[in-house]
Design a protein around this ligand. Structure first.
Ligand SMILES: [Ca+2]
Ligand SMILES: [Ca+2]
Length: 196
C-alpha cells in the first residue's frame, strides 16, 4: 500500500512535468513539419507555343517540354530559395513544398523557339518582367498558385522539320522501279501490236 501511495504521489508530481514535455514536443513538431503538410504551398505554370501570339494558352497550342524553369526567393524564415525544374511532356512545371515567401520564376529560353510576348502573372500575383520572368510573387502558406505561363512564338525556321514535305517525294529506288514498270508495260503493248 505504501508503495502504491508512493507511486500515485510520484505520478501526481510527474504529471505537470510530463504535460510540459508533451506541450514542448507539440510546439517543436509544429515548427519542424510545415513542408509536406497542408501548410506547404506550390507554384505552377506551363510552357507552350503561342502560335497566334495572344499571350494566352489556347487548346490548339501545343506544350513545350524539357524547358528549364528556375525559382528564386526568400521564404518566411528568411531562408534563400534557389531551385530549378523542367517542364513535363504536357508542358507543365511545379515547385512543391514551398513555405510562404516572396518569389520569382525565371524561364531559360528554349533555344529552338522564337521568343513570345509576356504572359499575365498567375493566381498569386506579381508581375511579368520581360517574357521570361515573373517577379514579386507573394506566396501565402498552403496556397496552390498556378498560371505562371511562358508562351513562345514557335520553332525557328532552321529547326522546322522538312520530313513531312520530303515524305511526299518518292525515294530514288522507288522512281527507278516505277520507270522500269512503265518501260515493261510499253514493251508488252508493242509486242502485242506486232502480234496483231
Ligand atoms: Ca495563344
Ligand atoms: Ca520565353
Amino acid at each position: 500500500m505504501a508503495t502504491m501511495c508512493s507511486a500515485v504521489r510520484n505520478g501526481l508530481l510527474l504529471a505537470p512535468v510530463l504535460g510540459l514535455f508533451l506541450l514542448g514536443t507539440g510546439d517543436l513538431r509544429a515548427e519542424i513539419v510545415p513542408v509536406g503538410t497542408e501548410e506547404a504551398a506550390r507554384l505552377m505554370g506551363y510552357v507552350y507555343a503561342d502560335l497566334d501570339g495572344d499571350s494566352v494558352r489556347d487548346d490548339f497550342e501545343r506544350p513545350i517540354r524539357l524547358v528549364e524553369i528556375l525559382l528564386r526567393g526568400t521564404d518566411e524564415n528568411g531562408q534563400t530559395v534557389n531551385r530549378s525544374t523542367v517542364t513535363r511532356y504536357d508542358g507543365t512545371y511545379v515547385f512543391d513544398d514551398l513555405l510562404a515567401g516572396l518569389y520569382e520564376i525565371i524561364e531559360i529560353q528554349p533555344y529552338k523557339y522564337i521568343e513570345g510576348k509576356p504572359n499575365a502573372p498567375g493566381t498569386a500575383g506579381g508581375k511579368a518582367k520581360g517574357s521570361n520572368r515573373f517577379v514579386g510573387i507573394s506566396l501565402e502558406a498552403g496556397v496552390e498558385a498556378t498560371g505562371y505561363n511562358f508562351g513562345e512564338w514557335g520553332l525557328k525556321p532552321k529547326y522546322v522539320s522538312k520530313r513531312p514535305y520530303l515524305s511526299l517525294v518518292p525515294e530514288p529506288s522507288t522512281l527507278v522501279m516505277l520507270m522500269a514498270g512503265v518501260g515493261l508495260l510499253v514493251l508488252a503493248r508493242r509486242q502485242a501490236a506486232r502480234a496483231n
